[in-house]
Design a protein around this ligand. Sequence first.
Ligand code: ATP
Ligand code: MG
Length: 239
Amino acid sequence: MAEQKRADKDRKIRSYIYDKLTIDTLGKMIDKKCINEVMGIIKSGKESKIVLGKDLNGNTVIIKIYMIATSSFTNMMQYIQGDNRFVKIGKTKRKIVETWCQKEMRNLEKAHSVGLSVPKTRCVRNNVLIMDMIEDGGQIANQLSKTILEDPTVFFNEVKEMMRILFKDADLVHADLSQYNILVRDEKPVFIDMGQSVLKNHPQVKTFLKRDVKNIVKYFNSLGVETNETDLYEFIIAD
Ligand SMILES: Nc1ncnc2c1ncn2[C@@H]1O[C@H](COP(=O)(O)OP(=O)(O)OP(=O)(O)O)[C@@H](O)[C@H]1O
Ligand SMILES: [Mg+2]
């Protein structure tokens, strides 16, 4: 009985995640040999689902599927408008989500190109982005929020340095940085979830950077790290 219930639930979840467009897209990605297999869903947010997959070599990859039906377009547009990399955006919900997905890939690539620790992207198509899975000790890495750090001050200093490099060298502000979008690998931070990240010349860049700073300071203060918003902000933008 319990098994039947579980099977019904699984079927429901599958039909919800894998709408027709997503099924076709995943099929094309398999044809193009970007992935070899789609496995189970591991995280389910309002705007995206995180699914595990395998590449041709049997490595586990992360399949991030942006949900067309439940994404917030008004919110997305706030981070897309003013970005000169995406001037011509379609007006349909689908086009906006697809732009968002492209934007996450471009942002991750930009961060990666300046040597920051972020997942390496593999391919993008429509509303689906494939990237390397961040592992820690042979398992999928934990969010910072779920990790007990050996030395929070050392970790904070790494985060601080990464925020500065992101701003100075990649010309980006994460814009949703918190203990939930930082993973821990070998006691070091890995930034993830960069769809909303904006270029330095975005009209609201200051507001977004200040919000990131506020979240990070609040979290590390709660772990006993001595820092404050002004110091961190000044450190990031200083010449
Ligand atoms: N490359 C990755 N390697 C390992 N885990 C990942 C990776 N990408 C995402 N995850 C896991 O999936 C979670 C959700 O991913 P992400 O933050 O990119 O999506 P999201 O749209 O913000 O979802 P949510 O609303 O749940 O935060 C992450 O917090 C992390 O635990
Ligand atoms: Mg997230």
